[in-house]
Design a protein around this ligand. Sequence first.
Ligand code: G1P
Length: 297
Amino acid sequence: MSHSEIRKAVIPAAGLGTRFLPATKASPKEMLPLVDKPLIQYVVEEAVASGIQDIIVITGRGKRAIEDHFDRSFELEENLKGSGKAQVLSQIRRISNLANFCYVRQSEALGLGHAVLCAQHLIGDEPFAVILGDEIIDAPTPALAQLIHVFKKRKGAVLGVQAVPRSEVSRYGIIAPRRLAPGLHRVEDLVEKPAPADAPSHYAVIGRYVLPPAIFPILRKTQPGKNGEIQLTDALRQLAKQSPMFAYEVQGQRHDAGDKLGFLIATVEFALKNPSLGPPFSDYLKRLRLNTGGPRA
Ligand code: G1P
């Protein structure tokens, strides 16, 4: 097995979903439906379309619905078979065949860095991907595939970034970049959620990472940082000091679906693009005379 193949992806899904309360009081935020699929299915499909075979979901209390979603559902399948709904049946079966799923419980919400560390024993000694389900990236080439492409050429950690307005830098990990080529930067340093005045750039890390296993011993030593959490960004900062790290400006439309407004915008955009729902939904919006600007070209 060549160690430049990225076979495994970690999807942290143990967060409390506080930005989406009360909807997330008893249901995982990862299961919120964007039109007709839960958010986490979009990121799993992105991973699979990028060549990932093993998906490691970091879960916590109250997240059982995620496991059920990616498992077989015999009763439902029998029922659909019996009522001749072949198309829905194949859609439902496809979900459980997408990848090999593994679940690790993070018993305490100690931060994103700690969540990634929980997957160490399943990753072993090979590079891997991390995908955050709050960010849904709508792109012809899957966002993770774009990063893996860079990883194979450059042989270093690769972070997905996008330029954000200066006023929003305090919501993200922000890189200190040195430009290497169009869309590609060397990461000299990075900082978690800086104040606009302290931000080293306006390039934000957008929840897609390809990382070497060398991140694990660093994570193990990483002390709680911003908000008292063990931050992946702080461990990446250490990693960037000892080996090359790159940032790639991901091509695609990004939605912050973990936020109420971002989720609403993503819902409208995905609904308008849906072949069967798009036309009637668009008519409805026109009737409402909402100044939406219409569907994206
Ligand atoms: C996390 C990371 C941050 C990154 C962001 C992308 O923050 O800590 O560096 O920019 O995801 O979504 P969170 O949104 O979990 O607070």
